[in-house]
Design a protein around this ligand. Structure first.
Ligand code: ADP
Ligand code: MG
Length: 694
């Protein structure tokens, strides 16, 4: 045989249809087998018109009472209407694009069978563009008397034709698809083998439950979902076990360094900070690399944890690299670390791309020669030409801003495998964390430093803008500082900038005696830094900023934040932003301005921000509303797009697939057991197809 057979040779498909199908990616019978319905219609029984309710999509049958329309330009539209009666009620079927072939199908007095969504119009039942099923179709096993699949639209292929093609494909090819998973995995996952799945997914058996199918919770659907999620979990489990086998420099702590650290701590650590530090330091003391994610809400105090880890590494005479996503943040860390280490012979070096060439060269030299103990910087750290003498601890702050490749690049800067700590302030729902960070151990700081007051949050309609400004004024009078945040205009940076400048001018007019600053992504790093510094010092009291300020900036005197066009932000992003206030001892407020047409919807969606300050709850909510695609870190993760699965809906299978992947890896790491030959081959094919990620 030369390659897979073309779809063209399936019964009922000629060259013309084959072309249309190919345009949708369906080239072979196998493609067709995996081209799944997007929904189903329950056509098992003809429903008497008396029992038909709006919202149903059901087959109805009746005598044609009348036919209207057809080119006469009824109300300006080429409408065609058929009125049916079955003795229990009447229904009007409407088509908004008259074709002569339509009229030919209906004769007054004859019986017609139609199927389509029912709606109510002026107290009468209507169907728009129903499928016409001739009376003889009642015995048509493909289109009637069963739960019928509804496929995604294929341009130029009518639904009934497509269904017929799929029927042929399924009957001929479904049983030739071999199940790759051994029995024990299918049992553990509680799913049926694949050939059963494929058949019933396209043409569910008579006893199937349409509701279950529509919610993707039928066993055959679960089988496909399982396969998709299992592959991801397998790759993650394999990656994790690979890392655990590598050799790393053990970095145990000793009494002297612990005493030194304790002496220097500016505050008492929270229980949560102490707990995660124990987890981290224990990992670091082992001869295998730590690979740990530290999750903690905005302001929960992750920086000090990173500093302690760096101090332990310094004590052992090795280098630490700390990478942050923005210059502002890198500088802030640099300043904090420097203050914490004051008087100790720890050489801390800042490496960002805005350093002048000679300074950068000097920094690189210190890093190469090992004079630099702690290197703090941006992406500049992982660039070519940066060589460490011995980097044994890598820390990534705001990990969700980086991708897997950058994580790997940082690891690559170590001489052996360095210990790796990645931190994120974007709370990630457990389910999502499992896919995004399934190859990492996870520590969570689930407690805020004492004395924090939750940020009072209000969604403010455009009409109440003056009140919002009053509030800002009040906070300023009480000695606070303010952020005014503007969303990025997606289409254009220039527009964003114009928005920001305009707002800045307006605020300056409204507050003539107050220092007002502007911060945006187009500014040179040096300019940004100087604005931030002046804000930190209180010379600037109102900072108008685009979302560059989002990440990690710490100004305790800031007590009010006003977010313009809050509806354009995701909830988690708003939560991040809100974390910029409420960092000091005074209570803070966050005003979410919504305006325009989506005002009401937006207000409803944003109201969760008023109700809770718990980042995890907000993240769960966000995941439900927007799905994982928009979640910070998902795109960068490189994880293949999910076709069948939805990690919110399929959380249980996700958890199960993870357990099974880990079990399989433990039992048979090389998949050499003949029982696993099928799954081995399948995984290899998947790897080849997804090489960039796996
Ligand atoms: P994030 O987790 O968002 O990175 P930071 O590390 O920036 O948070 O800490 C936020 C603020 O809380 C900082 O000003 C820090 O000094 C302070 N902080 C951290 N831990 C404690 C603690 N245990 N007690 C009091 N203040 C703390
Ligand atoms: Mg931080």
């Amino acid at each position: 045989m030369s390659g897979p057979p073309s779809i063209q040779y399936v019964k009922g498909v000629g060259p013309r249809l084959a072309e249309k199908l190919a345009a949708r990616g369906v080239r072979t019978p196998l493609d067709a087998l995996y081209f799944f319905p997007k929904g189903y219609e329950d056509r098992r029984r003809i429903v008497p018109l008396r029992s038909v309710k709006p919202g149903m999509t059901v087959p109805v049958k009746g005598q044609v009472l009348g036919v209207r329309g057809g080119g006469r330009g009824w109300g300006g539209r080429r409408l065609f209407e058929v009125v049916l009666s079955d003795g229990t009620g009447r229904l009007s079927a409407k088509w908004f694009h008259y074709r002569p072939s339509l009229a030919e199908r209906f004769r007054v007095g004859e019986t017609a069978v139609l199927c389509g969504p029912v709606r109510l119009f002026q107290f009468r039942l209507e169907m728009h563009h129903p499928e016409i099923l001739a009376a003889a179709d009642e015995s048509d096993p493909v289109n009637m008397g069963r739960i019928v699949p509804v496929y995604p639209v294929v341009e130029g292929v009518p639904p009934r034709t497509l269904r017929k093609i799929q029927w042929e494909v399924v009957r001929k090819y479904a049983s030739t698809e071999k199940e790759v998973f051994p029995r024990w995995i299918l049992d553990a996952a509680d799913v049926p083998p694949v050939h059963e799945s494929l058949e019933t997914l396209h043409f569910p058996p008579p006893e199937a439950d349409a509701e279950t199918l529509l919610s993707f919770s039928s066993p055959p659907q679960q089988r496909l979902i399982f396969g998709e999620l299992f592959y991801i979990q397998w790759v993650l489990a394999r990656r994790r076990s690979g890392v655990m086998k590598e050799v790393a420099e053990p970095l145990p702590w000793d009494r002297e360094i612990v005493a030194e650290i304790k002496k220097r701590l500016p505050f008492r650590l929270t229980d949560a900070q102490r707990r995660v530090l124990n987890e981290i330091l224990k990992d670091m003391s082992l001869p295998h690399p730590m690979h740990r994610l530290l999750q903690g809400d905005v302001g929960s105090g992750k920086t000090i944890v990173a500093w302690v880890a760096a101090m332990v590494a310094w004590r052992k005479g090795v280098q630490t690299a700390l990478m942050a996503p923005t210059e502002i943040l890198a500088e802030q860390h640099y300043n904090r670390f420097s203050a914490l280490c004051e008087g100790l012979p720890v050489r801390i070096v800042l490496l960002t791309s805005s350093l002048s060439a000679p300074k950068r060269e000097k920094a690189r030299e210190e890093i190469r020669e090992g004079k630099a103990d702690v290197v703090i910087g941006t992406h500049a750290i992982i660039q070519e030409g940066v060589e460490f003498r011995e980097m044994a601890l890598g820390i990534i702050d705001e990990q969700h801003r980086f991708g897997v490749l950058q994580r790997a690049a940082l690891r690559g800067k170590g001489r052996m495998s360095p210990h790796l700590l990645v931190m994120t302030a974007t709370p990630i729902p457990r389910t999502l964390a499992m896919t995004l960070y399934g190859d990492l151990d996870v520590s969570v700081i689930d407690e805020m430093p004492p004395g924090r007051k939750p940020v009072e949050t209000a969604v403010v309609a455009e009409g109440k803008r003056n009140k919002a400004w009053e509030r800002v004024r009040k906070e300023l009078l009480a000695g606070g500082q303010a952020y005014i945040i503007l969303p990025l205009v997606e289409e254009s940076e220039t527009l964003t900038l114009r928005d920001a400048r305009k707002t800045y001018e307006r605020v300056r007019e409204a507050f003539p005696d107050t220092g007002v600053g502007l911060l945006h992504g187009r500014m040179k790093p040096g300019e940004k830094e100087s604005v931030m510094r002046r804000f930190q010092k209180g010379e600037i009291r109102i900072l108008v900023s685009t979302t560059v300020v989002e990440v990690g900036v710490d100004v305790p005197e800031a007590t009010v934040m006003m977010v313009e066009h809050a509806e354009r932000f995701g909830l988690s992003q708003l939560h991040q932003l809100r974390g910029r206030v409420g960092r000091g001892s005074r209570p803070s407020v966050c005003l979410l301005m919504v305006g325009g047409e989506q005002g009401e919807d937006a207000a409803a969606r944003l109201s969760v921000m008023e109700r809770t300050n718990d980042g995890f709850r907000i993240a769960e909510e966000d995941l439900k509303i927007r799905g994982p695609g928009d979640f910070a870190g998902v795109r960068q993760s490189g994880i293949p797009d999910l076709v069948f699965s939805d990690i919110v809906r399929d959380a249980r299978i996700l958890a199960r697939s993870r357990e099974i992947a880990i079990t399989l890896l433990e039992r048979d790491p090389d998949l050499s057991d003949p029982e696993h030959a099928g799954v081995k081959g399948w995984l290899e094919r998947k790897d080849a197809a997804a090489s960039a990620w796996a």
